[in-house]
Design a protein around this ligand. Sequence first.
Ligand SMILES: [Zn+2]
Ligand SMILES: [Zn+2]
Length: 87
Amino acid sequence: MNNQLTAKEREHLAKVKSLPCSVCDAPGPSEAHHVKQHQQYTCVALCQDCHTGSHNGWHGRRAMWRIKKYDEIDALAITVKRLMLLK
Ligand SMILES: [Zn+2]
Ligand SMILES: [Zn+2]
């Protein structure tokens, strides 16, 4: 398995991590959630709570996701939209 990121992938991830959380809008820096493992271009910007928090996190009980009626693709759409508005 090739875990080496290209320079472009690293640059993309840095931009994603600079965004606010795509679920609760907490200001960045955020964490990058991989919708699919090893696919750097479908990463979602999430705060620690919405990412791995046991109550609100995608990897936990997803309370905030349920409140917002969100799934990963909804959050990805927000991340991509905000990336387009960067620079
Ligand atoms: Zn959040
Ligand atoms: Zn994740």
